[in-house]
Ligand binder design. Structure first.
Ligand code: SF4
Length: 506
């Protein structure tokens, strides 16, 4: 059990934190340091004592919690600031695990922000607050700096519940009510800090390779970026260009406008079709509206479209193995015209009509073994069924499933970075989960600290639509919980590149 020391400046803060902790909080101690950097430094000088016999060396992790003042105007009284770094006396003390802690606090129902915390030796007011805000600081206190310095290389967390802001000074009629709310928030912070401490320890991170962006996703993003550069915002994109929250938010900030249907697009506007492809009906609707279309459909999806058209033209039933409602499945079924039918499981095969020759295709992002099971059921009922030579599952999906399988064998827990609507990311979770507990996360903030408790080997991968920087962010945050050694398990090196469509360059 990690020896966690929680430092609070005031008795009222310490009592609120203790109230939230279990009756016998194991290795956790809460101390009152007194107000100001000098008292905090004195408290740190004595914190090695009192851990009981045989527990020398003092705390293994240090947290500072209490009230604080905002300098950034986005913070409101009652908000909880998790320090990304502590600035004090000309030095910066990083808190790399801040995004993990912030995510856990948010799940506990607290309004959380992450940003730099400044420790001052006096109460900061007026113009000084504005100066600190201009330097990028979010909040200010008077104790964390010396405690962070004393923590040295130990994991460090600093959490401040905001009680005053530039627009809501400390001495006002609302102070009492704010104080009550802040104490309640601090009580909720205590158990989260205990979970943070339980997740502390040295660990190995096993990176799956390949992971993250595939060639089709890189191409689709480049097409939108190029359209923004050449035509200027807004550039309309039908559906999410790729199924990832961060990619969509980033392109949205740069001027891409994501729409569900083309009737939301002004006539004649530049419009990008997403990597998942569209049905012929959508192309016709775009032509009717005079839209200037740039098609970002992945060439590997286009290949399946061509197969669908060919099988349909031969008078065959075109059975698509895929997921209902997924944009790629809708586009491929559209290409098969009235001849297309979707099956999701082997059980669905029994209901297929037997009035004409049968062919089958696959969504590109399926789990290989499940798709193979459904294909076998089709061939079992229709021995003459025609299908793709091997399967339609793309190289990127195949490689990412193989690499996650490899790391899952060795991991205590597997984290898959991807969004909940990303089919290939969900399949990675399913594949990994057969070997180790696996979880889908959009980013570092989505990782529950409980998953990391006792997990000495963490497998890490990302779906084909998830930016590689999110993986780097997670590794950086895990380093805030103790020493991390990173190893890669390489299943394949990918060098696939797709050329851009002509309309993207004109
Ligand atoms: Fe293309 Fe496969 Fe990437 Fe989908 S996952 S965009 S089919 S390469």
């Amino acid at each position: 059990m990690t020896r966690l020391l929680i430092c609070a400046a005031l008795g009222i803060e310490a009592r609120a934190i203790r109230r939230g902790l279990p009756a016998h909080p194991g290795g956790t101690r809460v101390i009152v340091t007194g107000v100001g950097p000098r008292r905090a430094a004195r408290a740190a000088a004595g914190w090695g004592a009192g851990w009981g016999s045989g527990r020398g060396g003092g705390p293994e992790a240090v947290a500072v919690a209490g009230f604080g003042g905002a300098v950034d105007r986005s913070l409101r009284p009652g908000d909880v600031l998790v320090a990304s770094e502590v600035r004090f006396g000309g030095r910066v003390h990083p808190c790399p695990s801040a995004p993990l802690l912030a995510g856990e606090l948010a799940r506990a129902g607290l309004p959380v922000k992450v940003g730099p915390l400044v420790t001052a030796d006096h109460v900061v007011r007026g113009a000084e607050r504005h100066r600190l805000a201009a330097e990028g600081a979010y909040a200010v206190d008077m104790e964390t700096g010396p405690l962070a310095r004393a923590a040295a290389s130990r994991p460090l967390a600093a959490v401040r519940v905001i009680v005053d802001t530039p627009g809501a000074p400390l001495l006002s009629p609302a102070t009492l009510a704010r104080g009550v709310a802040a104490r309640r928030a601090l009580a909720a912070v205590g158990p989260v800090l205990a979970r943070w401490a339980a997740a502390i320890g040295p660990r190995t991170v096993l990176l799956a390779e390949p992971r993250s962006f595939c060639a089709g996703v890189e191409r689709a993003i480049e097409i939108v970026e190029l359209a923004l550069e050449r035509h200027g915002p807004p550039v309309y994109v039908r559906k999410q260009i790729v199924h990832n929250l961060h990619v969509v938010e980033d392109l949205g900030r740069r001027g891409a406008v994501f729409v569900d249907e083309l009737d939301e697009v002004p006539a004649g506007a530049v419009t990008v079709f997403s990597a998942h492809g569209v049905s012929p009906e959508v192309r016709k609707a775009a032509a009717r509206r005079g839209l200037r279309v740039i098609d970002a459909t992945c060439p590997l999806v286009s290949k399946v479209h061509a197969e669908a058209r060919r099988f349909a033209s031969e008078g065959r039933l075109v059975v698509l193995i895929g997921h209902a409602g997924h944009e790629e499945a809708e586009g491929t079924l559209g290409e098969a015209g009235g001849s297309g039918v979707l099956v999701q499981t082997a059980d669905d095969v029994a209901a297929l009509p037997a009035d004409r020759p049968v062919s089958y295709l696959m969504q590109t992002t399926l789990a290989e073994d499940e798709a193979a099971e459904v294909a076998a059921a089709i061939r079992g009922r229709f021995p003459d069924a025609r299908g793709p030579r091997r399967n339609d599952i793309c190289y990127a999906t195949t490689n990412r499933q193989a690499s996650v399988r490899a790391i899952a064998e060795e991991s205590d827990v597997v984290l898959v970075v991807g969004s909940v609507n990303s089919s290939n990311s969900l399949r990675l979770v399913e594949v990994a989960d057969r070997r180790s507990p696996a979880h889908l996360v959009d980013d570092t903030g989505g990782i529950a600290l409980g998953w990391l408790a006792g997990a000495r080997t963490v497998g890490l991968t990302a779906g084909a639509s998830a930016p590689p920087s999110l993986v780097d962010d997670i590794v950086a945050a895990l380093r805030g919980l103790g020493e991390v050694s990173v190893e890669e398990r390489v299943i394949a090196r990918e060098s696939v590149r797709f050329s851009l469509p002509g309309e993207a360059l004109s």
